[in-house]
Design a protein around this ligand. Structure first.
Ligand code: DC
Length: 228
């Protein structure tokens, strides 16, 4: 049997990291982990329980009540994010969570809490994880690191289509502004800003189909697996 590796996929919001990561995981029979969904689930938990970021900073122990898991929806063939046992996939993708998640993910105590969980998920290898700091902080030793980017308007249209397909109400201009804001915020925050790992390969997919991207990434992954 061939050796297993970890694959880190980082990049800007809504540039198809999740789709690529899912396709890679399926092809290689690896586990896919959406780290952004974990920041979104924490955001939802804090909103639901009316806990401020100042309270989390003063008492990070409140985070220990949060349990996040990914469970397969056998009917639809994809994983739903569960927060303390409840399927929150739909809620975490809506605008209410999207407009708060950047501030939440900039809090050091929250990052430490989630990064620790994420590192443990990759201990046995065979993981494809997408996010902002996977190649730099979570899996600095990942055997393959991909940094994805695409034009902001192309990304906004993709996110719009994704939401409307799921029946979630969406507004293109609002999404575009949110993407620009998050690009700026994620790249300039003090804690774990979005930066390209020096050993990451850049994939600009502005003009690429999902299939093309998947084909390229699978070739890269198989090359690394065989070279080891
Ligand atoms: O990938 P996404 O849009 O679902 O991520 C939601 C937010 O979480 C986004 O504003 C950036 C943040 N995030 C992060 O800071 N670190 C990660 N590893 C993943 C996401």
């Amino acid at each position: 049997m061939s050796r297993k590796i970890n694959i880190a996929i980082d990049g800007h919001s809504s540039c198809g990291k999740g789709t690529l990561a899912k396709n890679l995981a399926k092809e290689l029979e690896y586990m896919f982990i959406d780290s952004g969904a974990m920041y979104r689930a924490v955001t939802l938990y804090l909103m639901q329980n009316d806990i401020s970021l100042e309270e989390v900073q003063a008492n990070p122990g409140v985070l220990l009540d949060i349990e996040i898991s990914f469970r397969l929806d056998p009917m639809r063939g994809f994983y739903n994010t569960h927060l303390n046992g409840e399927n929150v996939e739909r809620e975490i993708r809506g605008m209410a969570v999207s407009s708060q998640v950047s501030q939440v993910s900039a809090v050091k105590e929250i990052r430490e809490f989630l990064v620790d969980k994420q590192k443990r998920m990759g201990e046995n290898k065979g993981v494809v994880m997408d996010g902002r700091d996977i190649g730099t902080v979570v899996f600095p030793d990942a055997e393959l690191k991909i940094f994805m980017t695409a034009e902001p308007m192309v990304r906004a249209k993709r996110r719009y289509d994704e939401l409307t397909e799921k029946g979630i109400p969406a507004n293109l201009e609002e999404i575009y502004n949110n993407i620009r804001y998050r690009d700026e915020y994620d790249s300039s925050r003090d804690v774990s800003p979005l930066i390209q790992a020096p050993d990451a390969i850049v994939l600009n997919n502005t003009e690429m189909s999902r299939e093309e991207q998947a084909r390229i990434a699978v070739t890269w992954a198989k090359g690394v697996i065989m070279a080891g």
